[in-house]
Each structure stands twice: as structure tokens, then as C-alpha cells.
Design a protein around this ligand. Structure first.
Ligand SMILES: [Zn+2]
Length: 430
């Protein structure tokens, strides 16, 4: 059999080692040790881990790389100051500026093996300039990156009389997911009402819905309960997600247990943002400082589809980040105590197959017949990939290499020691 491309000697996340991957017409055609046959091109992955591409289920492409815009930085590190800065600057951002930052982030994402992003886009400004630009960016990057957009009323659905119409206008323009932020509505009751209105809108239009939900340290912030109820009532199972859910960390265990069972029974998906949540939450605590994280292991154990996402990179909410989903996995290990070997394998699933399911990506994953999309990492297995967050030696999309990074090594000038070392190869048990 002839192939367009063979990736030789790969280790796979399921534990198989030294597997050849045959690719034909943009799809996976074979996985086998020492695959016979010829190929137009080969990638030597001997000893390296090959994963499916990373997927970010929660991001803000309109705000990314805007940290320091007009000299404004979030000095308090709070969600409130981030929102205040963004509210002040967004009306003065040009279309060119939105486009330049979004495309630069997509370039960075591809270099890191991140090939699918669900991005919220703020619809507060009635010009909907960022919506227009990001819909255009979505078309431009489509050959190499799946971009899914969410109509997001950043200040709340009831924050102004225009907002419900802005959400609908964005959907009419082609945005495919309904967004919202019930915990930011003027009253608790309006929060629940926004969930009812937005789920109804999603159901009527046959769309997915993804609400920023209960992103605070208040154990009584319980909009997710209404979201789970409406998801089940309206038949939105499998296309309805609650993002953040940080209040879940502070809820009493009895209520949280009941809520988790209700979420699982409703088919509600949950998207956590450990980097941004660890940064922004707990800011009003003295000691101990709460982690402000949804209950990831418990939700997974109950059967919920959970993803971990980046949320923000270099924007008014989060001043760090480099489009590296392995950073998210690394933080998840610590913050959610997913520290066993099985837990670490889950941390990789939380940034690959699980968010892929939430986005509804078709033919995703390392299996015959699926799109030939993969990442070759300079690490030997899942544990090492999360520990090292190493170089992405090759990123392949539809059978074609779209990004490469040379193998990283450090040169040493030490008497009696090697002249160069592969820092990613020094591990326990060598
Ligand atoms: Zn967000």
C-alpha cells in the first residue's frame, strides 16, 4: 500500500509504542508496527509521543494580546478589573487591531499544535465590529484551524435594552453558539431568567449554547442548576455547556453532590479554565485562599463531558500564557489533584478528545478513517509531555505539515561532561 505520509515509530497516548502511522488523502489509513509500503514523505517520530491536536473549548480571541492596550494592565488581578478595563477600551479598538491580534494568536496556536478553538466574542458594542472581523478570520484560518464563535454579552443579557438584539444579530451574521453570563446580571432572578431566555433561543435555532456560569467564589451562585434543568427540559443534551462554574468549589458537599448528579443526568457539559480561575478567584480571601475551580474529577466520575481550557492569553484578565494547552494540563494536575498516572492521562483527554466532543468536531482522533491531524512532541509519553511541555516537533493537519520546531537541545561547556544534552530526555529511571 502506498501512503502520502508515514509517521514512523510513534508512541501513542493509549500506551502503544513504536507504531507507524500511514496517511492517505488527508486521513489516517493505518496504524501498525513497521508498516510496509512507500510514502511520499516520512516523519521520524522514533521514541516520541504523537497526540491528536489540542483543542481549546473556551477562549477570547477578541481580547487576546490586548494586555497593556493604551498602557492599561489589570493591577488587582480581579475579574472585575479585567471587565472594567475591557469595557473601557473595546470601543476604541480598530478592525485592523482585532484582526492582527486574532491572526497572530492563531499562528501561535498552530505552532503549539492547537488546531481548534471555541472563542467567545463580545457583542456589547452595537457595531459588532469584532464579530465581523472574527467571522472573517474564521474563514481565513479554516484550512488549518477550526474556529467556533460564541455570541457573548460580556456585561449581561439584561445589561442594556440593546443586548438581546445584539446576541440575535451576531447569530444572524453567522456566529454558531449562544453565550451568556448569568452571574453578572443585575439580580439573581434576572440571572436565572437570562439562562431561560438564552437556552430557549438556542433550542429554537437548533444551536449550541455555552454560558459563562457562576464564575465567582459565592457558594450561593447557582445559575448552573437552572442551566442543567433547562438543558434537559429543552432537549439540549450534548450541546449545552457551563463554563467556569468556580462557585462549585465553595458549595457545601451535600449540595455539590446533588448538583453533579443533576448535571450528569441533564447531559450538561462543563468547561473549566484552571489557569485563569486560579489567577482570578480567591482574591477576596485572606487565608486559606480558595482555589476557585469546578469539581473536575467528581464531574468526570459522574459521567459529565468535561474540558479544561485556556480562557485568556495576554489580555485584561490574564497576563501570561503562550497558546500551550499543556500549560493548562500542567495546572490541572496541581489544582484538581489529578496527579496519579490515570489522572494525568485524563488531563490530556481534557485538552484533546473531550473538548473535541464539546465542539462537535467530526472525524477527530488517532484512528483509521479520521482526519490525519496530529502533533509530534519531544517527549516519550503522556506523563513526560505534561511534565515537560516540550517542543512540538511537527504539527500535521489533513496529512500536511503545518508547523515544525527543530528538536531542542542545550550545549554545555563543562569539563568531562557531554557537549550537548536533550533536556527533554533526562527523566527518572535513565
Ligand atoms: Zn471566558
Amino acid at each position: 500500500m502506498s501512503f502520502d505520509l508515514i509517521v514512523r515509530g510513534a508512541n501513542l497516548p493509549d500506551g502503544r509504542r513504536n507504531i507507524d502511522i500511514g496517511i492517505k488523502d488527508g486521513r489516517f489509513a493505518a496504524f501498525a508496527p513497521q508498516l510496509p509500503g512507500e510514502a511520499g514523505a516520512e516523519i521520524d517520530a522514533a521514541g516520541y509521543l504523537v497526540t491528536p491536536p489540542f483543542v481549546d473549548a473556551h477562549f477570547h480571541l477578541d481580547a487576546t494580546l490586548a494586555a497593556g492596550f493604551e498602557g492599561r494592565f489589570n493591577e488587582s488581578g480581579t475579574l472585575a478589573e479585567g471587565i472594567a478595563i475591557w469595557s473601557d477600551i473595546r470601543g476604541r479598538i480598530s478592525a485592523d487591531n482585532f484582526r492582527t491580534r486574532a491572526l497572530a494568536y492563531c499562528d501561535l496556536a498552530v505552532s503549539q499544535g492547537l488546531l481548534a478553538i471555541r472563542s467567545h466574542v463580545d457583542v456589547t458594542d452595537p457595531r459588532l465590529l469584532s464579530v465581523e472581523v472574527l467571522l472573517d478570520v474564521k474563514k481565513q484560518v479554516a484550512p488549518y484551524l477550526d474556529l467556533q464563535l460564541v455570541a457573548f454579552p460580556q456585561m449581561g443579557y439584561f445589561s442594556s435594552p440593546d443586548m438581546p438584539n445584539n446576541v440575535v444579530r451576531a447569530l444572524d451574521m453567522g456566529v454558531e453558539v449562544v453565550g451568556g453570563i448569568p452571574h453578572l446580571e443585575p439580580t439573581g432572578e434576572l440571572g436565572h431568567e437570562s439562562v431561560r431566555r438564552l437556552t430557549k433561543l438556542a433550542a429554537e435555532r437548533g444551536l449550541m449554547i455555552d454560558l459563562h456560569c457562576d464564575e465567582n467564589d459565592d457558594p450561593n451562585s447557582r445559575n448552573v442548576e437552572t442551566l442543567a434543568y433547562e438543558t434537559r427540559r429543552l432537549g439540549l443534551q450534548g450541546r449545552s455547556a457551563g463554563s467556569h462554574l468556580t462557585s462549585m468549589h465553595s458549595m457545601d458537599n451535600f449540595y455539590a453532590g446533588r448538583l453533579i448528579q443533576m448535571m450528569a443526568a441533564s447531559g450538561l457539559q462543563a468547561i473549566s479554565n484552571p489557569l485563569a480561575n486560579m489567577f482570578l478567584q480567591g482574591r477576596f480571601d485572606t487565608y486559606p485562599k480558595r482555589r476557585g475551580l469546578m469539581r473536575i474529577p467528581e464531574l468526570m466520575a459522574a459521567g459529565c463531558t468535561v474540558a479544561t481550557a485556556h480562557d485568556s492569553v495576554l489580555d485584561p484578565w490574564y497576563p501570561l500564557g503562550k497558546a500551550d494547552m499543556l500549560d493548562v494540563a500542567f495546572m490541572t494536575v496541581h489544582a484538581a489533584h489529578l496527579s496519579s498516572h490515570a489522572g494525568m492521562r485524563d488531563c490530556l483527554r481534557l485538552i484533546t478528545e473531550l473538548p473535541a466532543a464539546i465542539l462537535g468536531l467530526e472525524d477527530y482522533g488517532l484512528a483509521v478513517g479520521n482526519h490525519a491531524d496530529l502533533v509530534v512532541l519531544q517527549a516519550s509519553d503522556t506523563f513526560e509531555a505534561i511534565r515537560l511541555r516540550p517542543a512540538r516537533l511537527a504539527v500535521v493537519r489533513r496529512g500536511k505539515v503545518v508547523a515544525e520546531t527543530p528538536r531542542v537541545e542545550s550545549r554545555l561547556s563543562l569539563t568531562g561532561r557531554p557537549a550537548a544534552i536533550d533536556t527533554f530526555a533526562i527523566r527518572a529511571g535513565i
